[in-house]
Design a protein around this ligand. Structure first.
Ligand SMILES: Cc1cc2nc3c(=O)[nH]c(=O)nc-3n(C[C@H](O)[C@H](O)[C@H](O)COP(=O)(O)OP(=O)(O)OC[C@H]3O[C@@H](n4cnc5c(N)ncnc54)[C@H](O)[C@@H]3O)c2cc1C
Length: 497
């Protein structure tokens, strides 16, 4: 711990990285405590340009409607829906916060970042059809999913998903579910809106092209050393609270902080690619998001989906993601990222995870080695008449999956997110990438409760939290009436009816 005193500017909050997570946290904190001085440091020349930018993620408003990996089938054939319920509730929380911002005119019109796109799941083969039916039966009993539709009827499916049904006569048995309440979200546009609001407030400063290179304790505060990437100039700021919201770059920064809570964490990078359609006639025929079943042995985030998207005002059609392996932690990062993250404290969990996940590593390497024809074959399972000339490859964002110490296995690979907080709540980091930006509001609420516990208990913050999120402190999954009231409100405010 350093203890030299010098005249270094003191701020209340430092946000490292200007992605959707920092933007959400900064916005919430500024509303809760308008007097907070906030500094945001971003290594790139623009905000929301890493994982949050539209083309780097799938833009799905994850709500448990279509993601089959959230509802695993049990050995007795029943379907476990706990995870789908949790994510559905978290997305309702996100929609409430965004609705509050729109209603209060703190951010631009919702059409800039969210639009209604039905969410569908599509499967073929008797076993998968049985699974989808069991999933539908389990989910549709709950008020979150009561509007879900199920069909095995080719005529109905032809209307819902003509691209998929045309030429798919080879499958005897097909089935799909459909939730009209699904959404497509441009998280890059949302991030830009949030940062625009933040920087219009007093005492909020955004520094672009500015990389955080060191984080050290200085008495009760944190000394942050930053480097201007263009000029090489370095400077420091002191902060009472630091959020490491650097996406894939969070793990190395957390390790630099030296907090005991950071020990034992490692990262497993998984890259992704899309096939992007360039034929307007084909794009116009697909107006939904269709999620399929992950191949056996593939990681959960590589569930194939054929998605209608709106990116920069243009209707788009994307298929993927094709998983891959790269040692980078950020798309715009360095190939040395993985190697530099290996420390004495995480080497054992890393080795254990490596040994326990050889099939996954093999799967990722096979994905990287896929030829254009292999990619087309994967697409043709969902769009049988696809032509390679209508599609081009685009690199998606990089995800760094969390590796954690485990008492029995030595180390485990996690596919969710992990909020790591120091014992005094003065520094926090977000690791992992799933379910991601859709649940950013709930994740940041959890972080605020853990780091600003005393203020959260105050009447002032409680009132503001209930104003921002009407269901704050309540369980929407237990209260059908409140859930319905809130859905009506957010559907109107966000224009997704
Ligand atoms: C292929 C793919 C598909 C996805 N699909 C979905 C989806 O459909 N729905 C969904 O909800 N989520 C999805 N996600 C996840 C979602 O994209 C992420 O959860 C979300 O964007 C993470 O936001 P973030 O702010 O944590 O990270 P980022 O948006 O990556 O922001 C972190 C920022 O920190 C900056 N930074 C890094 N290091 C430093 C440093 N040292 N100093 C200063 N700045 C730094 C980076 O430049 C970056 O701008 C997907 C992700 C991927 C990769």
């Amino acid at each position: 711990m350093k203890s030299t005193k010098s005249i270094i500017p003191l701020t209340d909050v430092v946000l490292i990285g200007a992605g959707v997570m920092s933007a959400t946290l900064g916005t919430m904190l500024k509303i809760l405590e308008p007097g907070f001085k906030i500094e945001i440091f971003e290594r790139l020349g623009e905000v929301g340009a890493e994982s949050s930018v539209a083309m780097n993620n799938a833009g799905t408003g994850h709500s448990g409607f279509c993601e089959l990996n959230y509802t695993p089938q049990q050995t007795d054939g029943s379907v476990e829906i706990k995870k789908a319920l949790k994510i559905a509730e978290q997305f309702e929380v996100s929609k409430q916060f965004w609705s509050f911002l729109v209603e209060s005119k703190l951010i631009q019109g919702p059409g800039e970042f969210i639009r209604k796109v039905p969410h569908m799941s599509f499967v073929w083969g008797a076993n998968n059809v049985n699974f989808l039916k069991a999933r539908y039966n389990a989910l549709s009993k709950h008020h979150f999913f009561s509007e879900m539709q199920y069909s095995e009827d080719h005529t109905i499916l032809q209307q819902w998903i003509p691209l998929i049904m045309n030429g798919s006569g080879k499958h005897d048995q097909v089935a799909a579910t459909r939730m009209d309440l699904g959404t497509d979200i441009n998280f890059g546009a949302l991030t830009n809106s949030l940062i625009k609001y933040l920087t219009s407030q007093k005492e909020v400063k955004l520094s672009l092209n500015t990389e955080v290179i060191k984080i050290e304790r200085l008495d009760a505060n944190w000394l942050i050393t930053i480097k201007n990437i263009r000029t090489g100039a370095k400077r420091s700021v002191l902060s009472k609270f630091v959020f490491i919201g650097a996406g894939g770059g969070s793990l190395p920064l957390l390790q630099k902080s030296g907090i005991p809570e950071s020990k034992g964490f490692g990262g497993f990078p998984v890259s992704g690619e899309w096939l992007v359609c360039n034929n307007p006639e084909v794009i116009a025929q697909h107006t939904v998001k269709v999620y399929g079943k992950a191949e056996i042995g593939s990681p959960p985030m590589s569930v194939p989906h054929l998605d209608s998207r709106l990116i920069d005002g243009q209707r788009q059609l994307l298929f993927g993601p094709y998983a891959g392996f790269s040692t980078k932690f950020l798309k715009k990062g360095s190939f040395m990222d993985l190697f530099k993250s290996i420390k004495w404290s995480n080497i054992y969990p890393l080795i254990r995870v490596g040994l326990d996940n050889i099939p996954l590593t093999k799967y990722l390497i096979d994905q990287v080695r896929q030829s254009p024809d292999d990619r087309l074959a994967a697409l043709k399972k969902y769009y049988p008449e696809a032509k390679l000339s209508d599609w081009k490859r685009e690199v998606a964002g990089q995800r760094v999956q969390v590796i954690k110490k485990h008492p029995e296995h030595g180390g485990v690979l996690e596919f969710g997110t992990e909020v790591v907080v120091s014992h005094d709540g003065s520094i926090a980091a977000l690791l992992g990438a799933s379910p991601g930006a859709s649940t950013s509001v709930s994740i940041m609420l959890e972080l605020i409760e853990r780091c600003f516990g005393a203020q959260v208990q105050s009447d002032e913050w409680q009132t503001k939290l209930r104003h921002m999120i009407q269901s704050y402190g309540k369980n929407l999954d237990q209260d059908a009436e409140l859930a319905s009231h809130i859905r009506t409100y957010t559907t109107i405010m966000l224009g997704i009816g």
